[in-house]
Design a protein around this ligand. Structure first.
Ligand SMILES: Cc1c2[nH]c(c1CCC(=O)O)Cc1[nH]c(c(CCC(=O)O)c1C)Cc1[nH]c(c(CCC(=O)O)c1C)Cc1[nH]c(c(C)c1CCC(=O)O)C2
Length: 356
């Protein structure tokens, strides 16, 4: 089942994720293969977004773009999208220029759940596994390859809102009017997420991240009902199913700063922090129970070199060892790729100076 892939030359990310002290914090960037890169537009320009996701050679080429451009990056994340799961369940999703993802026929009432089927993930999402296998081979062991999925709450929100939202009125009306059906949908999504993550590891993913991008839309108590149990199940069951092949796992519950302590009671190894956390305060709450990842405000990359350097240095100094460096959310279009290079460089310089 597991292919023989090239030997990993830079295992900094995996060592840090397992809680081992590291000589330098590994660094990668959420959405590192994306619209701020001119070479991304070159490939994307002539293809529809989901066609790129479904074409292993293109997904592989885009995944490798930041790795080829930046010598100082310590991980690759497979080019795909969290919305491939709703597609596998039978829903149509299109990527609209400027608007982002759109579901032409979102779930409106519980009857609509009949339109969904539990997919044979191995078959329906085979293109992701092919992309992972190809990318792991092409990486030639330069850095580890991260697989991912969307968290059930975030996926459910998209499937009901039909795209991005400001008020989240539709999905809120589901959880507060149709609680039983909502929990049923979240359980179905959880089962599919587990199948998907397990197969991603079989296809070559060396670490996994679960993105709960809309966790912060829930109150602390509703997070405990509609997000946490499913995040918990994903980590526990994925690791159980993988047994000795289990990889480190990261949970990124954006906006759920109140949940930091309770997330320490899950089976994730790493907790991703958005930029609204103060690093030193987060370390006090976590007390070494988990490794942290993050959390520079992505907006800092729009600013001056001096400010970026100061803020990066402050952040590096405030986190304990081990830590995984990242932004507090995905890098945004319009960031100068040169600034990313300077940010990555700054992370190296910090440790070079320390060793002196
Ligand atoms: C919420 C979410 C989505 N997708 C994803 C999330 C969770 C992370 C987060 O909160 O940012 C996850 C994602 N999407 C993409 C990746 C690829 C890997 C990476 O480089 O991190 C990952 C990990 C590619 C993408 N996914 C998308 C693009 C841009 C699409 C384009 O080329 O037009 C990319 C590179 C499109 C997408 N896909 C989604 C949105 C809201 C959008 C449009 C807005 C945006 O671009 O930020 C859904």
């Amino acid at each position: 089942m597991m292919t023989n892939f090239p030997i990993l030359k830079n295992d900094l990310l995996l060592r840090a994720a397992k809680g081992e002290k590291v000589e330098r914090f590994p660094c990668w960037i959420m959405r590192q293969a994306g619209r701020y890169l001119p070479e991304y537009h070159e490939i994307r320009g002539s293809h529809d977004f989901f066609t790129v996701c479904q074409t292993p050679s293109l997904a592989c080429a885009i995944t490798l773009q930041p790795i080829n451009r930046y010598a100082d990056i310590d991980a690759a994340i497979i080019f795909s999208d969290i919305l491939v799961i709703p597609q596998a369940l039978g829903m149509e999703v299109v990527m609209e220029e400027k608007r982002g993802p759109v579901f032409p026929e979102p779930l409106v009432v519980p009857m609509d759940l009949k339109r969904l089927h539990r997919p044979d993930v191995k078959k329906e999402l085979d293109y992701v596994f092919k992309a992972l296998r190809l990318t792991r081979t092409e990486l030639n062991g330069r850095v580890p390859l991260i697989g991912f999925c969307g968290a059930p709450w975030t996926l459910m929100s998209y499937m009901i809102e039909g795209g991005g939202s400001k008020s989240f009125a539709k999905v809120k009306s589901w959880i507060f009017a149709y609680e039983k059906e909502s929990l049923g949908l979240l359980n179905l999504l959880t089962d599919v997420c587990v199948d998907f993550l397990v197969e991603q590891v079989h296809a070559g993913a060396q670490m996994l991240q679960v993105f709960d991008s809309w966790a912060g839309e829930l109150s602390p108590s509703d997070f405990q009902t509609f997000s946490l149990p499913f995040l918990r199940r994903i980590a526990t069951e994925t690791k159980q199913r993988l047994g000795e092949n289990a990889t480190p796992m990261t949970v990124f519950a954006k906006g759920a700063w109140y949940a930091l302590d309770i997330l320490c009671s899950t089976d994730y190894d790493v907790i991703g922090l958005d930029w609204t956390h103060d690093p030193a305060e987060a370390e006090i709450i976590v007390r070494g129970r988990k490794v942290l990842q993050g959390n520079l405000d992505p907006g800092v990359l729009y600013g001056s070199d001096e400010t970026m350097k100061r803020k990066t240095g402050d952040m590096l100094g405030a986190f304990n060892n081990p830590h995984i460096l990242n932004l507090g959310h995905g890098i945004t279009p319009g960031v100068n790729p040169e600034m990313v290079s300077k940010f990555l460089r700054e992370c190296h310089i910090f440790f070079e100076n320390k060793a002196l």
